[in-house]
Write a protein that binds this ligand. Structure first.
Ligand code: CA
Ligand code: CA
Length: 105
């Protein structure tokens, strides 16, 4: 019985370790970047997909609809939505915006 408990504790520790590794991918979150846009010198505010000065549910919804192929983001919107700066917008970028809105990052 005790061995069973130890196995459960080990499983929980492994799970926590995995969660930590996954979350480490999201940190640090650089919302404001000095990345330059082609053609001008205006910095991009990552996460502010619609460029209205704030990162909120509207940006989350825009990216979500893009990923679901309901609406297509423009090239500039994609640049602002690419939170992890890997050159493409994916569920990871959506999660980062969500975490920012929740105040986790
Ligand atoms: Ca916005
Ligand atoms: Ca990305």
């Amino acid at each position: 019985m005790t061995k069973h408990l130890v196995n459960i504790l080990i499983a929980i520790l492994v799970l926590l370790l995995l969660i930590t590794v996954v979350l480490a991918d999201f940190a640090p979150i650089g919302v404001v970047t000095n990345q330059k846009r082609a053609g001008n010198q205006k910095p991009i505010r990552l996460g502010d997909v619609n460029n209205d000065g704030k990162i909120d549910e509207t940006d989350l919804k825009l990216l979500q609809n893009h990923l679901l192929e309901i609406n297509e983001l423009s090239r500039d919107e994609i640049l602002r939505a690419d939170m992890n700066q890997d050159g493409e917008v994916t569920i990871l970028d959506l999660l980062r915006i969500h975490r920012h809105i929740l105040g986790v990052d």
